[in-house]
Design a protein around this ligand. Sequence first.
Ligand code: ADP
Ligand code: NI
Length: 215
Amino acid sequence: MNQNIQLTLNFVKKELENAETGHDWWHIERVWKTAKAIADEEKVDTNVVEFAALLHDIADSKFHNGDEEIGPQKAGDFLRSLAVDEETVVHVQLIIRNMSFKTSLGQVQFSSPEMQVVQDADRLDAIGAIGIARAFTYGGYKNRELYNPAIQPKINQSKEAYKNSTAPTINHFYEKLLLLKDQMNTAKGKEMAQQRHTFMLQYLEQFYAEWEGKR
Ligand code: ADP
Ligand code: NI
C-alpha cells in the first residue's frame, strides 16, 4: 500500500475511534474497499479515490451543527501535512463537500469520475445485507418500530420532514434504500447495486410473509 494511503487510513481510524455515529471505521473501510474495486474498472486517479473514500465522513455535519466545511477542512489540513500535491487536496475536498445524500437530493455543484466512484461505494454500503443491518441499527438507536402496516412510506419528503420522521424502519427502504440503484454512476456500481437491490426485495418479501405467520 502507498505510504500516504496507509497514513491516511491510520489517521481516519484514530479520528473515528469514538464516533457516536452510523459512520464508524468499518463503514469507511467497506467504502474504501468497494471504491477500489469500482476504480479498477474506471479510468480514474486512484489516489484521489482512495483519499476521498477514507476521508469522506471525517466530520459528519449532522453532528457539527450543520457546519458543512469541517469535513473538507480537516481532510485538507491532514493531506497538506503529508505534502500531497495541491491539485489532489482540492479535488478530495470538492468530493467530500459534494457527497452527502442531502446534496444529491438537491443541486449538485461538482462532479468528476473520481467523485462518482466514491459516491457509488458510499451508496452501496446503504443497500444489500449491510444496508439492511445499518437501517435497523439506526432505527433501534432512534427507537423506531420495525414495521407498522398502518404507516405508509412517503416518497419525496422535504429534507426536514425526512430528518424528523419517526416512521418505522421498513419505510426507509421505500423512502431511500430502494431508490439508490437508479442513482448509481458507474457500470460496476450499477451491477453491484442491482444485486443488492434484488436481495433487499427478497428480504422484504420474506419479512411480510413472516409478519403474517406465513413462512
Ligand atoms: P449517509 O451515510 O448517506 O450520510 P446517513 O448518515 O443518513 O447516510 O445514514 C447512515 C445509515 O443510517 C445509512 O445506512 C442509512 O440508510 C441509515 N438511515 C438513515 N436514516 C434512516 C432512517 N430514517 N431509518 C433507517 N435507517 C436510516
Ligand atoms: Ni459514508
